[in-house]
Ligand binder design. Structure first.
Ligand SMILES: *[C@@H]1O[C@H](CO)[C@@H](O)[C@H](O)[C@H]1NC(C)=O
Ligand SMILES: *[C@@H]1O[C@H](CO)[C@@H](O)[C@H](O)[C@H]1NC(C)=O
Ligand SMILES: *[C@@H]1O[C@H](CO)[C@@H](O)[C@H](O)[C@H]1NC(C)=O
Ligand SMILES: *[C@@H]1O[C@H](CO)[C@@H](O)[C@H](O)[C@H]1NC(C)=O
Ligand SMILES: *[C@@H]1O[C@H](CO)[C@@H](O)[C@H](O)[C@H]1NC(C)=O
Ligand SMILES: *[C@@H]1O[C@H](CO)[C@@H](O)[C@H](O)[C@H]1NC(C)=O
Length: 406
């Protein structure tokens, strides 16, 4: 009887550090290793790099109950600053429940208060998971429609809105290789800007970023070819390209080694640092379209500075001083975007994580319910963000910090 009571007290005492006053403990968790049960986990425990911490297989019932508690929350703080960034009023709401397959390329269109995004790859779409239409979500009415550009665009994979235009990259399709294009969101007319590197096809574009001068940063990856979205093959390793927005002249900025894959890309607010999400852990390789996931592969955000001309002081399309900024606590970062204050929002696994750009510390996670809901990419609004991924579309509203830069 004695022992039974001690056991019960143990279970009751297993709770996380309390969150600051004003933050709802049902929606927030404060996770730190000052909690002795998390610093030294009793019994057996295990998880793969792909699983969330709270989805670990643990034998200790007190840790099980902590994990259940985390799984109910929308926000997990690993750093006190996270409370101040997100604020006590923020709420996560699911706008659309969609298939548990990749949704990608979100762009917020302010003129129509709508969200452009795509369903990407198999099992949806036509033959071999190819898609030639895109989604438009009216954020005023929550009406979701399918649109087709003119001419139709195959396998759009990345999108950035700037000055009334959608700037997109594609993986390519049955009869075309990947390209960079603009889409007019009023008429859906598409204008292709660039589809080759000096007459050589790209592998398949994944994402893009634009700087304040209108230059492009494109990631060319194994992902689209690996999902049989086009038949062209793999001319190069995964690469980050710089494209001069005026002349469309282009050059390589970074080439990833074997085990890597070029995915999300974003710039610091002053344009002096480039961030790249390496998703080699997807297992995509040049020699095998169906290769298994590789837990040893990249799950990283790298940061580079741009070199500056010694004669003119101008920023050059040349990267220096590569740093491993952050390795995802769980899964890998797919889409990444940088906020007005320079915070990096990385989507992947069950979460969108917020990363400090200087130290690389993961400040906290925004959660979307677990259970197969997996964010893939994110677009920042003023005090809100929209997230698309496996399972649908989510809105995180009433965030304290100003997020949108444009
Ligand atoms: C731990 O998890 C890994 C990855 O899921 C698995 O391969 C391994 O067998 C597990 N080990 C134990 C002891 O459960
Ligand atoms: C969880 O851990 C227990 C104890 O080590 C083991 O028997 C079981 O197979 C594990 N389950 C999974 C899904 O890894
Ligand atoms: C949703 O938008 C489509 C296309 O504009 C329109 O045909 C349809 O009537 C709208 N549905 C609702 C419920 O507003
Ligand atoms: C892009 O090209 C224009 C026109 O030649 C040039 O003025 C500009 O400096 C170039 N930008 C970069 C970043 O190379
Ligand atoms: C490709 O990867 C799959 C899954 O890991 C494996 O079964 C197959 O043997 C591989 N094929 C080649 C040619 O390496
Ligand atoms: C987390 O909660 C979701 C929704 O209730 C559930 O589907 C999922 O299995 C839970 N995850 C874990 C690891 O318990």
């Amino acid at each position: 009887m004695q022992i039974f009571w001690i056991g019960l007290l143990g279970v009751a005492a297993a709770q996380l550090d309390s969150v600051p006053q004003g933050f709802d403990p049902n929606h927030w968790a404060w996770v730190s290793n000052t909690d002795p049960l998390l610093a030294v986990i009793p019994g057996t425990f295990n998880r793969s790099v792909y699983e969330a911490p709270s989805a670990a297989n643990v034998s200790d019932q007190r840790v099980v109950s902590i994990n259940d508690q985390i799984n109910q929350t929308s926000f997990v703080a690993y750093d006190e600053r996270f409370f101040d960034i997100i604020g006590p009023d923020a709420v996560v709401e699911q706008l659309q429940a969609l298939a548990f397959q990749v949704h990608e390329a979100p762009c917020y269109i302010p003129e129509t208060n709508s969200l452009f995004f795509v369903e990407w790859g198999p099992p949806g779409g036509g033959e071999k998971g190819r898609h030639d239409s895109q989604y438009l979500l009216d954020l005023t009415t929550n009406n979701l429609t399918l649109i087709k550009t003119n001419p139709p665009s195959w396998n759009v994979h990345g999108c950035v809105y700037r000055s009334g235009q959608l700037h997109v990259v594609t993986d390519g399709g049955p009869e075309e290789t990947g390209y960079l294009a603009t889409i007019d969101p009023q008429t859906w007319k598409r204008t292709t800007l660039l589809n080759n590197f000096y007459e050589r096809p790209f592998i398949s574009f994944n994402d893009l970023e634009i700087d304040d001068d209108g230059n492009y940063y494109l990631t060319d990856s194994y992902s689209g070819w690996g999902r049989t979205l086009h038949p062209y093959g793999v001319p190069t390793p995964p690469t980050v390209y710089f494209v001069n927005g005026t002349t469309l002249r282009l050059k390589e900025l970074a080439v990833l080694p074997v085990g890597g894959n070029a995915n999300g890309v974003s710039l610091s607010p002053d344009g002096s640092t480039l961030y790249l999400a390496d998703t080699g852990a997807t297992g995509a390789v040049a020699t095998n379209k169906t290769a298994a996931r590789n837990p040893q592969g990249g799950r990283d955000i790298y940061a580079w500075d741009f070199a500056v001309s010694k004669t003119t002081g101008e920023r050059l399309p040349l990267l220096t001083s590569q740093k491993l900024l952050s390795r995802a606590i769980q899964y890998f970062y797919d889409g990444i975007r940088v906020s007005e204050s320079g915070l990096i929002f990385g989507a992947g696994g069950e979460v969108v994580e917020v990363i400090d750009p200087e130290s690389g510390w993961t400040l906290g996670s925004i959660r979307f319910g677990g259970g197969g809901n997996d964010p893939v990419n994110v677009v920042l609004g003023e005090h809100e963000l929209w997230v698309v991924g496996k399972g649908g579309v989510w809105h995180v509203k009433d965030v304290k910090e100003t997020l949108r830069r444009y």
